[in-house]
Design a protein. Sequence first.
Length: 625
Amino acid sequence: MVDVTTLSNYQAFDLKQGSLHIDVDFPAKVIHGHVTYELTVVEAATSELVLDTSYLKINSVSVNGSDDATFKLRDRVEPLGSALVIDLGHSVLPGETVKVVVEYDSTTDGTALQFLDKEVTDGKKAPYLFSQCQAIHARAMVPCFDTPSVKTPYKLTATSPHQVLMSGRPEKVEKNDDGTSTYFFDQPVPIPLYLLTIASGDIVGAPIGPRSTIYSEPAGIKAAQWEFEADMENFLQIAERLVFAYEWGNYDALVLPSSFPYGGMENPNCTFLTPTLICKDRSSVLVVAHELAHSWSGNLVTLKDWSNFWLNEGWTVYLERRIQEGIAIAEAKREGRPDPEAYGALMRSFHAIIGWNALENLIEALGPDADRYLKLVLDLTSNDDPDDSFSSVPYEKGLSLLVHIEQTLGKKAFDGFIPHYFKKYRYRSVDTKDFLDTLYEYFGDRKADLDGIDWDLWLHQPGLPPKPKFDTTLADECYALAKKWHAATEDGDYSKFSKDDIAQFDPNQLVVFLDTMMAYNTDKWSWSKHSDALKAFEEAYPEYSTTHNAEILFRHYMLQVSAHRSKFMERMGEWLGTVGRMKYVRPAYVLLNKVDHKVAVEYFKKWLHTYHPICRTLVKKDLGL
Ligand code: BES
Ligand code: ZN
């Protein structure tokens, strides 16, 4: 099978080693790069090397040391970019190795890099650059085989007037005469290029564990350190017990400026995190557990192409929730609770409920035309941008399948399979068939049980999988309170509600409560007919308006806006100028648009320049602009 999201001829070569140097040009908002590849031809002779590029300017190409190799850029095709065709000078035979160097510049049309003026950074002292390559944006940063089925060790260097972090182990820093420095990194583990990363700006670090440093702008470093230092090493140790030893050296992470479009991104040795995680109550730390889990699922064992996205994300959510279960068990032991394992299972179940709600809400929101996005194994064609199919489906449906397999075989038996699978495929790229083959091979004596799983339904049909059995103890209080609000709309008496109702809820229960309130909005019933209820809600629970926790703030805004409360349309609209995380930004604009198209477009135009190019493109599509 060929990856349809690359224009390269990656299958003709074995890529042994890559090295990339980047000069960061802040005034021009571009990078000047040169990349070197050592390639061995496999199977059939070839006289061409075809690489992916997107909005790159190619300055020169050298093949085996001669600087004047012929090359051409083919016309751009959306969304894949322009193929760079390099003439190797002769027909290169299988087993022969060629060394190719490409010198190039990025352009401001590219989607991988965001340059921020110093005025929009926290410290306002230095400009900032960061990259986001997943899914198919690496080609806007470097000419390459932009497919996750090609994995290579890299030497990475960058020259910049400001601190640089890249997706490798830091080796050394050399000062240059012009005031810049050159930063050297080594990535000895073979990686796909969607994991390539660079950040540069006024960045400092602080320890959050014996093998972990958190980085951020100086103003936020203390808060960032506090947010993660209690959990980081525990996460690592629990994950290592579940799978096997962490192979990447140190686990470091960087808190980015607010326009970073994701919650987190598992760039090796340098996880990227949204600043919305710094909520001052450590309630969003599981995003770090998630990105850490990618060190095995995704970064060691990588999806072969984007139609198998669930193998990366479903497995990662599975490991994330197991890490969280481990944390809960340790906590229960410390507190001397009677049955720590049961408490762990209860917490795990509670988070599964949050995930399941997200899946249900998504399917409700997408409506009947979205079947192709609802399958676990996606049907992608070369016209598709994998970013468009990004949703809860690979995450939560993928997780549900793994939990279903775990429950079918028994937790203890499945625990043995986890290290087996990750060891078998580490440093390689896999698809769903590889996963299934290994499952059947490992559980040879349980074939009948495995055959009882309706694979076609799970993997290839749209829609909700059979709802797993959840222990709803922790969620029940949240459901009950939401039900009480819903019932109170009958007589309009809201005097019975007060802040005591939610005083004992932890942040995740506050989330489930809001999700349940929101889920009362259907075709037949809507809070917009009961906006007096949500006015009373606002008054009863003032902390929903003052929280630093973006998960809660966002859901509260959404609930209030779903009741068409103009005060909150304005508040949410203004808030959209301070966050760039697409998990919030996209649904918020979709809802605003549903309530009042004009208002949605006005805010989008107002904040457009603060968003990342990926976010800008997707919101534009969401708003039909
Ligand atoms: N790898 C993803 C982010 C991603 C996916 C970037 C697809 C580009 C394309 C990352 O690991 C992730 O899943 N982040 C989540 C956090 C999470 C806890 C589910 C996010 O950003 O919300
Ligand atoms: Zn992930």
